[in-house]
Ligand binder design. Structure first.
Ligand code: NAD
Ligand code: ZN
Length: 340
């Protein structure tokens, strides 16, 4: 197994590898409770049971809708009923949804208790670092949240065997983002030039990809500076995700967003690489410029209507730039001809 330390406050260890979940230890806690994604529970119940023994399990319905105030309350009530005190721990087993939801419960229950993260999706390599936890409201995604670091992350690649194709591609969207942001990781990935080869080497790729995220987050934990570059592809990607009513996965949407960003800057092979990883397939979506433009203006990262983009002219050298409407319209026309 591979382990590394995240220098957050407080610092914590990430263990990556086939079978690392079995190393889960809750000896130092008074009680432990597990929140498990429904699909993960269906596919891996016995594997999980063997490790968690008789701990209470809360099964969380699959999907973004679970990051809600309703589910938040359900979990809090379980914690109270099970007499979880300040020395208790929540174990989150699932993708970003369960991680964000259970993490937010841990951040706020009794003003904060420990939580252990067991990511089961490729995309969750992203959410396992950075300490952001949140739930959604009807008005906006991630609108109620906190910074709360896990105490340990057990990233057991065995869970990934049952991950549906759509979620594999979504995860690779974020891996590719980290690859474009870091020349070293980009060069490393040249040994895994397509999705099939990359999937066979997922453990080492996840390790590298997480270390890119770690580098940005450690330099700027509260997103005042370089951490914003992690939003590469997200301004346009988020708009597209909303237009598709979330039928498009997050990572796939980010991939279209990175392609869009490339139309705003010097082409450096971003689209070609994304295609090699199975991304950027033609969309069956009704998208027009005005809808995208208005959603991007409302993005929480836009300041008084000015839309800031993360762009790149050289791999590993992102920069932020405000882009005006006419330039966006032109890039959108190019984008539309390719993907709609
Ligand atoms: P997810 O948690 O919804 O999982 C995707 C789907 O895969 C679900 O249907 C789930 O049931 C299923 N699944 C999960 N693991 C499986 C497995 N091993 N086998 C079979 N099916 C499995 O989505 P996600 O893509 O992991 O995460 C998306 C969420 O993460 C979003 O809500 C996003 O806001 C959040 N996120 C948070 C951060 C952060 O920094 N906190 C970063 C990125 C994304
Ligand atoms: Zn993302």
């Amino acid at each position: 197994t591979n382990s590394f330390l995240i220098h957050a406050i407080p610092p914590y260890m990430i263990h990556v590898g086939d079978g690392v979940f079995a190393e889960l230890s809750v000896k130092k806690y008074s009680q432990a409770i597990c929140c498990v994604d429904e699909r993960v529970w269906q596919s891996h119940e016995q594997y999980i049971r063997d490790v968690i023994k008789d701990m209470t399990v809360i099964v969380i319905p699959s999907g973004e809708k679970s990051k809600s105030l309703d589910k938040y309350q359900v979990i809090i009530e379980h914690l109270l009923k099970n007499h979880i005190d300040r020395k208790g721990v929540i174990i989150a087993i699932g993708g970003g949804v369960v991680g964000d939801l259970a993490g937010f419960c841990a951040a706020t229950y009794m003003r904060g208790i420990d939580f252990i993260q067991v990511p089961t999706t490729i995309l969750a390599h992203d959410s396992a670092i950075g300490g952001k936890v949140a739930i959604n409201t009807d008005v906006a995604k991630n609108s109620i949240g906190a910074f709360h670091q896990p105490t340990t992350v057990y990233y057991d690649t065995q869970f990934l065997a049952t991950l549906p194709e759509r979620e594999v591609l979504s995860g690779f969207g974020e891996i590719c983002k980290h690859m474009f942001l870091d020349k070293h990781f980009y060069d490393f990935m040249q040994a895994f030039p397509d999705l099939a080869v990359a999937e066979e080497n997922i453990e080492t790729i996840l390790l590298h990809s997480m270390q890119v995220k770690q580098k940005f987050v450690e330099e700027d934990p509260y997103e005042n500076d370089v951490r914003k570059y992690l939003n590469f592809g997200h301004t346009f990607g988020h708009a597209l995700e909303q237009i598709s009513n979330y039928s498009l996965s997050h990572g796939a949407a980010v991939a279209y967003g990175m392609a869009f960003a490339e139309y705003l800057a010097t082409p450096i092979g971003i689209r070609e690489m994304l295609i090699n990883y199975g991304l950027l397939t033609p969309l069956q979506l009704d998208v027009d410029f005005d809808t995208v433009y208005n959603l991007m203006k409302n993005d929480k990262k836009s300041v008084s209507g000015a839309i800031q983009f993360v762009l790149m002219d050289v791999i590993g050298h992102p920069y932020a730039q405000v882009v005006g409407e006419s330039e966006l319209r032109e890039a959108f026309d190019n984008w539309r001809m390719e993907y709609l």
